[in-house]
Design a binder for this molecule. Structure first.
Ligand code: PLP
Length: 355
């Protein structure tokens, strides 16, 4: 088992249609231009005006007092957990959430916290499921101190928590004495899909962050928001983890550009995802999960082919998709894929399966 990502295989044709992930978007010429013109300073000292402008924008957008610029979404999650939890604490989160499946065991390694995975359809769970996981507050039980939710839920199919359902679990968590955290890697996809502003979605969250490297198209950066006291403590963890930056305004300018230009257009990605899902649904043997945003998950079992085999087969035709299980494939739409690309993707998959 190799742990390092493999280099591109030179014997494969170049990727023409990249549905592998919305993280694969490239900064546009206009975004790079904004980055080149950014005013910069020493971010660690609070002297970078572009980073400060981005943090102010994000605090306002999410309705929080303060914000901190970080290199990645994973760091936003891990720092939030480290601030909210003491060693031995228990976090409640969906069993398929990113903090469980994709952060290298960070909650245990860094904060010393354990995660209790909750079950539920589409990456979500309800109040009774949560209450069933509440432990009697006894000396020998782990303190349950944090509830973490994903909006949208990535492995849940890019699904969007309905505001009432979301608020219900967040309120139940607060009532139980827990803090609440929102992994908002794709928060703006949820905002655009549901037509609910970010500050409303995050109103009952003690911490919330947004990734700029998914559908928003920036090359790096994420912003974590919360109370002034929370962000103060987050800064100590940022320093501790070596995440403090210098002339980060270069990156922050790309994020500001994304806030100004790349949010409303997420609706196009959602429309393209719907077109993709419809096309795939017409191919015999493929079962598609109806997308709510830009992530399209489908099952290949009915074709007799594994997800790996399908991904390898279509990759030879220049289409890249990602394998999320033995028979589960994910295709993401984003700003570097247009409607024609989506139509082409359906054609390639259909032709490959017809062989
Ligand atoms: C991508 C993602 C992350 C991690 O963000 P990075 O910027 O890649 O570190 C965390 N949570 C969810 C739900 C994600 O999709």
């Amino acid at each position: 088992m190799a742990y390092a990502p493999s280099r591109p295989n030179p014997s494969l044709p170049p990727v023409r249609i990249n549905l592998y992930s919305d993280t694969q978007t490239r900064p546009s010429v206009a975004m790079k231009d904004a980055m080149m013109r950014a005013e910069v300073g020493d971010e660690q000292n609070g002297d970078d005006p572009t980073v400060n402008a981005l943090c102010d924008r994000m605090a306002a957008l999410t309705g929080k007092e303060a914000a901190v610029f970080l290199p990645s979404g994973t760091m936003c999650n891990q720092i939030s957990i480290a601030v909210h939890c003491r060693p031995g604490d228990e976090i409640l989160a969906h069993e398929a959430s990113h903090i469980v499946t994709n952060e290298g065991g960070g909650p245990g390694a860094l904060a010393g916290a354990v995660v209790l995975g909750l079950r539920g359809p589409r990456g979500m769970f309800d109040v009774p499921t949560m209450q069933a996981a509440f432990r009697e507050k006894r000396r020998n039980a782990p303190p349950q101190t944090l509830l973490s939710v994903e909006q949208t839920a990535n492995l849940g199919g890019g699904s969007v928590w309905k505001l009432d359902d979301l608020n219900a679990v967040l309120d139940a968590a607060h009532d139980w004495g827990m803090a609440t955290h929102m992994d908002g890697a794709r928060l703006m996809n949820a905002v655009v899909a549901a037509g609910v502003p970010a500050h409303e979605m995050a109103a009952r969250c003690d911490s919330v962050w947004l990734d700029f490297t998914k559908g928003l198209g920036a090359p790096l950066g994420a912003v974590l928001c919360g109370s002034t006291a929370f962000i103060d403590r987050a800064w100590r963890w940022k320093q501790r983890l070596g995440g403090s930056l210098r002339q980060a305004g270069l990156s922050a300018a790309g994020c500001l550009y994304a806030l100004d230009h790349n949010i409303d257009r997420l609706a196009e990605d959602h429309a393209n995802a719907a077109v993709l899902a419809r096309g795939l649904g017409q191919i015999e043997g493929i079962a598609v999960e109806t997308p709510e945003t830009n992530l399209v998950f489908f099952d290949t079992r009915g074709t007799g082919m594994t997800a790996d085999a399908l991904a390898a087969g279509v990759r030879a035709e220049g289409l890249s998709v990602s394998v999320m299980g033995a028979y589960r494939v994910r295709a993401c739409t984003h700003l570097d894929v247009d409607r024609a690309g989506v139509d082409d993707a359906v054609r390639i998959i259909r032709a490959f399966l017809a062989k």
